[in-house]
Design a protein around this ligand. Structure first.
Ligand code: FEO
Length: 164
């Protein structure tokens, strides 16, 4: 059984992962509306991934005999600006998630909670990928600014993203 402090922190992380899912779905809605179906598809795959991240923690808490309690998910904004603004916001959000995972890990170390440390290793590695992906797409968009045909090619490329 994990400590109450660890349990509360994991429940907060579940809410952060599920609010990430909701945030990316809101971005997908805007991109669909702007006729960028490939970008929108990328966001919908990201929505699924974030839901899986939340569920990985949900199942872990339950496996350890803890009680999952769901927190409120904030309403996302409806307009995130240009595609470059959107991916800047994705990168910023992922950095926030990384910091939160690292704080969780520090707590697991302080609590000598070895099982939680082991479980969080996956998330630490995943965050490297999450930040790399967001930054890579942002840099591509910035390199294409003002070149509509290249943006359409990138849209097609992002539309081919498969769920992991
Ligand atoms: Fe679940 Fe994108 O962090």
């Amino acid at each position: 059984m994990m400590s109450k402090k660890m349990l509360d922190a994991l429940n907060e992380q579940i809410a952060l992962e599920l609010s990430s899912a909701y945030l990316y779905l809101a971005m997908g809605a805007q991109l669909d509306d702007e006729n960028l179906p490939g970008f929108a598809h990328w966001m919908k795959v990201q929505f699924q991934e974030e839901t899986e991240h939340g569920m990985k923690l949900f199942d872990y808490v339950a496996d350890r005999g803890g009680r999952v309690t769901l927190e409120a998910i904030p309403k996302p904004q409806t307009d995130f600006g240009s595609p470059a603004d959107i991916f800047k916001a994705v990168l910023e959000h992922e950095r926030k998630v990384t910091a939160s995972i690292h704080r969780l890990y520090e707590l697991a170390l302080a609590e000598k909670d070895y099982a939680t440390q082991a479980h969080l290793q996956w998330f630490i590695t995943e965050q490297v990928e999450e930040e790399k992906n967001a930054e890579g797409i942002l840099r591509q968009i910035q390199a294409m600014e003002g070149k509509a045909h290249l943006m359409l090619m990138l849209d097609r490329h992002l539309g081919a993203r498969k769920a992991d």
